[in-house]
Design a protein. Sequence first.
Length: 296
Amino acid sequence: MILTVKRNTETLFHYEVPVSTPTDAVLKEITTIHNMKHRLARLIDAAHEISQYGLMKPENEHGYSIEELEELKGPEESANGKKGQVFKSDDGFSFIYNPDPTGRRSGEGPLANYAEIIQATLEKARKLVSKEFWMSNQLLTVALMQEEINNISGAITIAYPMGMPDWEPAKEAIMDTEDLTASAASKEVITFEDGALWWANKEITQGKILSDFVGKNDKTKLIVKLQKKSQGAPVRESPLDEQTQKEMMAFYYKKQEEHKKLLENDDDSFLHSSWANPKALKTAFNGVSNVSWRPK
């Protein structure tokens, strides 16, 4: 059975599962995929910043520019470089000087060939979290996303063989040690304990078999809603999607405008034309169609 998992009105992914699976296992797998998809998206964003501005600075150094930090270290340690130039650190690490506008990253971006490797890896990973992936009816699995996480980790390691600091968001996403407390991302997380699945306006409760709710046909496709238990039943969706509603409104607006033009065009002078005469056929047979009673 293929389940199309949605959150509110947004489609998240397609998931394949036998109908004989316990509902607890189904919910646990779906919440894992859901949370992992968001974790992969955060990793993609962090790795993209690494490919431009380098690794994250310690939190107590956030907000300083590269020049200010070098002044604090002393002139003997200063790079005294310009943006876009290549420099080499004391430990032999080569980097491109590219200051982070936000002041959160070191500005020691990877060399161009390493940055291209990271971007190429991210481009492949973006396909898994994109809308086009589920629109092409592809199934999203933990194994697929874990493979992309490993690939991104490998690409960053090639660019930074000395490793990432513990406070680097990309490393936290790779190791799954993120602290999302009080962040916007925390609202997207749905744990197994706090999650609930709904189908046909009924909750798929735990402790049962999936076939108890959806039947025993393994070849069916269903749409299920993923919710937090505290949210209750999901809101019913409109029978028409947004694009169809726009097309229908445009169609009826066009018809309304055509009707207005017909009402405005009330000219009945055509009734005096010969082709509009209801007795034209009779007069033609009688041979009096061209008779004029006016003097010539």
